[in-house]
Design a binder for this molecule. Structure first.
Ligand SMILES: Cc1cc2nc3c(=O)[nH]c(=O)nc-3n(C[C@H](O)[C@H](O)[C@H](O)COP(=O)(O)OP(=O)(O)OC[C@H]3O[C@@H](n4cnc5c(N)ncnc54)[C@H](O)[C@@H]3O)c2cc1C
Length: 382
């Protein structure tokens, strides 16, 4: 019997398993796919701080991100160039695989091609029914860590999904003339959110966007936009689309259970990026679980500590991001034009430069103060 069962070998599940195994606990990781990082839908932008703080493998880096160009609907743009990398684009499949290897090196066991179909929690154990190679099997542990990303359907009953979500849709293209990470705003491009072109390596880029509805329609329109289509030299017919939680998150614990990562809604409410906050919260989860093992108490009260601590750590960030998101989603194209123009000429770039890539609350507060002082949000649609 394992001490801990981790459901899902994404970055957050495997990183939690790595930390738990390092503490000497016997960890089993159950992954439905036959290969780690299979079919992952992610741009792979990970901050410099994230790679450094979590001791993640550098071999998976495709390129640094040191310049970002943000364009208004009319093509007016702000370019931000940093002297040192703000972030890196990583090969997400390899990234997941390397983190899983870190867990296995510490003694964790990964069960590939093993889908957890059902979870039950009793006073004495965390139990899963799994399907593997056409067979059904059952496993038990003292504690379960659910890190399934947004895919929680089969686990309903024990784990609740975050309610509000949008779609992240993306494809790979061969492209010329792209050096910056490009971000595009506009109601016809990605209403309330943004679209991107992120160069990866050897003339390739990830082109994608986030929207609430009709993701395929918006992506096709974005790819047909002359700003993009004039530079694309080869398209990939594969388009990947997945939900990303934004907004209020449900309870992330019960007796013998912790939900972590995207499954618990631990994603930046500005960009939908979930790797950094997920890894951070997995550290908090592991500290609570270690304490539970020390006390030999796996009751709900012990695990409540996890939720209190992660909400304390990233709750204000999630809230500030939602305030910005709610305001931003109401802006007309005209207001976006005003915003971009204002940021360009009114001393905003120093404010942006002085802030951290991952911790955006103070930046959001400073920007909102400036925007309100300039009446941007009160300008009537024109
Ligand atoms: C288009 C797009 C672009 C993105 N770009 C970025 C970015 O640049 N940077 C960033 O930080 N974030 C980005 N994100 C978000 C990021 O991908 C997620 O936040 C991150 O993958 C969450 O990690 P996780 O480990 O919590 O879940 P996941 O990565 O989703 O891993 C969950 C794992 O659990 C497995 N699983 C699910 N159900 C079961 C089951 N029942 N039994 C067994 N295994 C199961 C899955 O196969 C998967 O391997 C993007 C998302 C999208 C959609």
């Amino acid at each position: 019997m394992h001490d801990i069962i981790v459901v899902g070998a994404g970055p957050v599940g495997s990183y939690s398993a790595y930390l738990l195994a390092k503490k000497g606990l016997n960890v089993g990781i159950f992954e439905k796919n036959l290969t780690i990082g299979d079919d992952v839908n992610c741009t792979g932008i990970v901050s410099t701080e994230c790679l450094k703080n979590f001791g993640l493998p550098g071999e998976v880096i495709l390129r640094p991100v040191d310049s970002i160009k943000a364009s208004s609907p009319s093509g007016n743009y702000i370019k931000y160039q940093s002297a040192s990398p703000l972030a890196y684009v990583v090969n997400r499949s390899l990234f997941d695989d390397e983190i899983n290897k870190m867990a296995v090196r510490e003694g964790a066991t990964t069960y590939l091609g093993t889908r957890v179909e059902e979870i039950t929690i009793t006073d004495g154990a965390f139990n899963v029914k799994v399907k593997t190679g056409g067979e059904e099997r059952e496993f038990s542990a003292k504690v379960g860590v659910v890190a399934t990303g947004f895919e929680l359907n089969s686990l309903q009953g024990v784990v609740k999904k975050p309610k509000d979500f949008s779609y992240g849709i993306q494809t790979d293209v061969g492209i010329e003339d792209v050096t910056d990470v490009e971000v595009y705003f506009g109601r016809n491009i990605a209403p309330g959110y943004f679209a991107w072109v992120v160069p990866t390596h050897n003339g390739s880029a990830k082109v994608g966007l986030i929207v609430k509805k009709n993701p395929e329609e918006y992506l096709k329109r974005f790819l047909a936009n002359p700003l993009i289509s004039s530079r694309v030299v080869a398209g990939d017919s594969r388009i990947k689309c997945s939900p990303i939680p934004f907004g209020r998150t449900p309870k992330s614990y019960a007796q013998r259970l912790i939900v972590v990562g995207e499954a618990a809604g631990q994603v930046k409410t500005t960009t939908g990026g979930g790797i950094y906050f997920g890894l951070l919260c997995s550290e908090i989860a592991v500290s609570t679980i270690t304490e539970a093992f020390k006390r030999r108490d796996f009751g709900e009260k012990v695990f409540e500590e996890y939720e209190m601590n992660w909400r304390k750590k990233i709750g204000p960030e999630l809230k500030a991001g939602m305030v910005l998101r709610n305001l931003f989603s109401r802006l007309s194209d005209h207001q976006i034009e005003l915003l971009v123009d204002l940021v360009k000429r009114d001393g905003f770039l120093p404010i942006i430069k002085n802030h951290n890539f991952d911790w955006q609350k103070d930046l959001i507060t400073s920007l909102l103060q400036k925007f309100f002082s300039k009446n941007i949000f009160r300008e009537a649609d024109k």
